[in-house]
Structure formats: C-alpha cells, structure tokens
Write a protein that binds this ligand. Structure first.
Ligand code: SF4
Ligand code: SF4
Length: 134
C-alpha cells in the first residue's frame, strides 16, 4: 500500500524533531560539501551527506528518511571536524535513525539473524548492530 504523503505541518514537525534530537540547527549548513569530501562512507551512500541535510532544509524529509545513508554513517565525526559552520552531521544522521526506530520501521529482530552470523561476528559487533538498529 502506498505511503500517505505527509502534510506541511507533519513535515515541519519532523524537522523540529530532527533538530531537537540532534541539537543541531539544520539551516546553518550552506552546502559547501566539505563534510562529504571527507566522509569515509559517502561513496557507499545513496544520498551524499550534504544532500541529506539539503533535503531536510527543503522539506523533503520523507526522501531523506527513506535513504540508506543514515544506516551507513559510521559516526566517525570527520564531517563535524571539517564543517566550517560547526554542523555535526553525525548527530543529524543519528536523529534520522532515532526517528525511524521510534516510528516503528522494521529493523532487525534477534530471531532473523542467521546462526552463521552469530557464530562468526564478534560479540561487540552484534551488540553494536542491535544498539544501532533497535
Ligand atoms: S561541511 Fe557543514 S556547511 Fe558544509 S555542506 Fe557539510 S554540513 Fe553543510
Ligand atoms: S560521521 Fe557519518 S556522515 Fe559524518 S563523515 Fe563520518 S560516516 Fe560520514
């Protein structure tokens, strides 16, 4: 079933939530792209970090939330260190993940993890994955 398009008020509410959870002002970003130039995961992302923030500024939050980029962010903080406007994009990526998790999007369930993964993955990796996705 297609997802219902959000109203302007709902979009404004999501933007407020992103700012509240991240503690960042979305509108400080002036799109210089330095965050993305130094991002270790940008090449793997479907939407570049600086574009994610631009989409939020433009109210395209649904597209930003559908993106895989937030899940690929390694929270390495390179973007935060490089940003001339002191925007912490890692916190914005985290806020997007938190909103997805709180709004009940399907994530990983313990019983869905294959036995081989449990046997081969370091325990710390499994704990980290559950902290990130649940
Ligand atoms: S480095 Fe900062 S100002 Fe430049 S695009 Fe990234 S978040 Fe925006
Ligand atoms: S914190 Fe995330 S978005 Fe920022 S540079 Fe690292 S991987 Fe990229």
């Amino acid at each position: 079933m297609p997802t219902k398009t959000k109203t302007k008020a709902e979009i404004a509410d999501i933007i407020k939530r992103i700012e509240l959870i991240s503690g960042e002002n979305i509108y400080k970003c002036y799109q210089c792209g330095k965050c993305t130039a130094g991002c270790v995961m940008a090449g793997e992302m479907d939407i570049s970090p600086y574009k994610v923030i631009r989409m939020i500024q433009l109210g395209l939050v649904e597209k930003a939330l559908e993106s895989e980029s937030m899940w690929l962010c390694a929270a390495c903080f390179a973007c935060r260190e490089r940003c001339p406007k002191e925007v912490d994009l890692s916190k914005i990526m985290e806020a997007l993940r938190v909103i997805q998790v709180r709004d009940g999007k399907p994530l990983i369930e313990p019983e869905e993890v294959a036995d081989e993964v449990i046997e081969e993955m370091p325990q710390q990796g499994i704990v980290s994955a559950f902290r990130k996705y649940n």
